[in-house]
Write a protein that binds this ligand. Structure first.
Ligand code: DSN
Length: 448
């Protein structure tokens, strides 16, 4: 290699994203703009802090590390060991856990590690039906879980649309599962983890609590914590907990002695390889933030916003599954409005309000059509929306979904969405140092 070739290569290596790959830079900028201009109501969405974003995009992505602190397969891990130990200590403190594994790449990976720990192929699982609020990784037949294990499902009560613990107990006695999963992606009510443990004990099953959606509420003391009931607690970290796209496993005092080492081996090398060290750092920051009084205040506001939105929508004639919500999300049944979830999602997207179509319990529509939508308040609460703006959002949803909106209505709703978004700028604007330019552009320029 000549000296000038070497210089060119080095300058390419140290140049920012906009000059190296304008195409990707431009796509990221467009997504940045979309996030700024849209009212985000997808219940699993949130906006991370600048600190979490910095950790996610840090030079830690360069470090290879396999294994656990003090037991690595590569050298040079002294800083990584300190980082992972810090994250583990914070997770244990925040959730009252005796053991924490911060390495799962996602919540689904965390669940697979639990399956690997206590199940053999063909063993029975009893989890929540996907169409009633469960999650894909809890045993849907077209997933790895569904293919490897004998998966059965409980549903909500047809009248109350809530979990009926007596029915679940009866079903568990009938099925005799080896593992029961308590947890959901679209269930708007409190989950009674103690009751689930009693059911598991009655049939000699292990209990897994998947708290992906309600993790932030639990951290803030606003939903019962399953740590002293479930044998395993798993979660993703990007939802109410407001961290990076990642996962975590927690064990209580009662299960750590038996399962701590086994669960660690199941995560690595059982279901995944080298640690995503940058994600460990981001999770450590997330946990630090979640211990602060301002995080608890955020979650209280999240619940208040969700209550206000639910009540406003019910006053306007919308039927909510189970008649309301106890957490950060609700399910709107649009049958009375005469539109499907898919149509509602598209109609709201046309005015920059983002929701997802969602199956309702006992839904007659196909999964890509659905009879309802899921609406959550975590992201807009992070953005600073309070009760006044929530009343406006209920009004906008009503205008768009109660009847076919006219061109004039659509224009007015768009203006109002724009006003609300400007009133509470995307949190991202705070870490954008150069006006509309993508923040990371300046942040990660290497020194040449
Ligand atoms: N589990 C999906 C959800 O609840 O939206 C994606 O994280």
């Amino acid at each position: 290699m000549t000296l000038s070739q070497d210089k060119t290569q080095r300058s390419n290596y140290t140049s920012g994203l906009s000059s190296i790959d304008p195409q990707v830079f431009e796509i990221i900028n467009r997504e940045h703009q979309r996030q700024k201009d849209n009212i985000e109501l997808i219940a699993s969405a949130n906006f991370v802090s600048r600190a979490v974003l910095e950790a996610t995009g840090s030079i830690l992505t360069n470090k290879v590390a396999e294994g656990y602190p003090g037991r690595r397969y590569f050298s040079g891990c002294e800083n990584i060991d300190e980082l992972e130990n810090l994250a583990i200590a914070r997770a244990k403190e925040l959730f009252g856990a005796a053991h924490a594994n911060l390495e799962p790449y996602t919540g689904s990976q965390a669940n697979h590690a639990v399956y690997l720990t206590v199940l053999k192929p063909g063993d029975r699982i009893l989890g929540m039906d996907l169409g009633h609020g469960g999650h894909l990784s809890h045993g849907a037949k077209f997933t790895m879980t569904g293919k490897h294990y004998d998966c059965h499902f409980y549903q909500v009560d047809p009248d109350t649309e809530c979990l009926d613990y007596d029915r679940i107990l009866a079903q568990a006695k009938d099925i005799r599962p080896k593992l029961i999963i308590a947890g959901a992606s679209s269930y708007p009510r409190i989950i009674d983890f103690q009751r689930f443990r009693e059911i598991a004990d009655a049939v000699g099953a292990y209990l897994l609590a998947d708290i992906a959606h309600i993790c932030g509420l639990i951290a803030a003391g606003l939903h019962p914590n399953p740590i002293n009931h479930a044998h395993f607690v798993t979660t993703s970290t990007q939802k109410t907990l407001r961290g990076p796209r990642s996962g975590m496993i927690l064990l209580g005092e009662h299960s750590a002695p038996e399962f701590a080492r086994k669960i660690d081996s199941s995560v690595f090398p059982g279901v995944q390889g080298a640690v995503h060290v940058h994600a460990i750092a981001a999770k450590a920051v997330m946990l630090f933030e979640a211990m602060s009084p301002s995080f608890a205040a955020y979650q209280r506001q999240n619940l208040e916003n969700c209550q206000i939105l639910a009540e406003d929508l019910m006053e306007r004639g919308f039927r909510l599954v189970s008649g309301g919500t106890d957490n950060h999300l609700m399910l709107l049944d649009l049958t009375q409005q005469g539109i499907t979830g898919k149509e509602a999602e598209e109609r709201l997207a046309s005015v920059k309000i983002t929701v997802n179509k969602n199956l309702l319990p006992y839904d007659s529509q196909k999964p890509m059509v659905c009879s309802g939508i899921r609406v959550g308040t975590s992201a807009i609460t992070t953005r600073g929306f309070g009760s006044e703006e929530i009343h406006c959002i209920a009004d906008l949803i009503d205008k768009m979904l109660s009847s076919e909106p006219t061109a004039d209505t659509i224009a007015k709703v768009r203006d109002e969405v724009s006003r609300l978004c400007r009133l509470h700028p995307h949190i991202d604007s705070i870490y954008d140092q150069n006006g509309d330019r993508f923040a990371l552009e300046s942040q990660y320029q290497l020194q040449s």
